[in-house]
Design a protein around this ligand. Structure first.
Ligand SMILES: N[C@@H](CCC(=O)N[C@@H](CS)C(=O)NCC(=O)O)C(=O)O
Length: 208
């Protein structure tokens, strides 16, 4: 059975848990990461040299990086609506995933890790202000995209791109101390995703 190493409250582990529930893939999970078993031991680093969760073991095959993991599992299990074989559609899905993994994650370091959790080194005043500003601009862009092309990122179908973005949107609405403009298409997207049991279990589940 698929083994997921990582705490269930981790932003990136939650993407894998959501995908597994979404496609009905059974798994076992072991708690690793902050507050649980350490990820800097030689044993864990042999599995994931960057010492982060999630790390997933599929019949002896070890995977790391949440987006690469969910793409691999969706392809392996023939989830072709979530991750189509058509290369143009696939490219559009991966583009949104990469945007979240790089640009939006960077903004959230300031807005969330620094501004909300007050974690060093992200709690630098300038970095927090910049993260809030960038994240707000990114949510505006998302709002415009969804209003014109929604209700999901790729239009009518829920795809793999909506998994990282669903986590981002949940975090956006969980942020305190931020001036949050009303973005109606983002709000509707949040409600639409909430209809999915797997999102309620791992995305909009009370955690930021
Ligand atoms: N790019 C990586 C980022 C993974 C990451 O940042 N994981 C965090 C949890 S969300 C982590 O391992 N933090 C250290 C810890 O929990 O001990 C991915 O997408 O998998």
């Amino acid at each position: 059975m698929l083994k997921i190493l990582g705490r269930a409250n981790s932003f990136n582990v939650r993407k894998v848990l959501w995908l597994c529930d979404e496609i009905g893939l059974p798994f076992e999970r072991e708690d690793y990461g902050r507050g649980f078993r350490p990820t800097n031991t030689p044993e864990f680093l042999k599995l994931n040299p960057v010492g982060q969760v999630p790390c997933v073991i599929d019949d002896g095959f070890v995977m790391r990086e949440s987006h690469a993991i969910i793409r691999c599992l969706a392809a392996k299990h023939g989830a072709t609506t979530l991750y189509p074989t058509d290369l143009k559609r696939r490219q559009a899905i991966e583009a949104w995933m990469d945007w979240v993994a790089y640009d939006v994650t960077h903004s959230m370091r300031g807005a969330f890790l620094g501004g909300q959790l007050k974690e060093a080194p992200w709690n630098n005043e300038w970095f927090v202000a910049q993260g809030r500003k960038d994240l707000t601009a990114q949510m505006k862009l998302l709002d415009e995209h969804l209003a014109a092309n929604g209700p999901y990122l790729l239009g009518g179908d829920f795809t793999l791109a909506d998994i990282p973005m669903g986590l981002v949107v949940n975090r956006w609405f969980s942020l305190a101390n931020i001036e949050r403009p009303a973005y109606p298409a983002v709000a509707s997207y949040y409600e639409l995703l909430t209809e999915r049991p797997a999102y309620r279990a791992h995305g909009r589940n009370g955690l930021p």
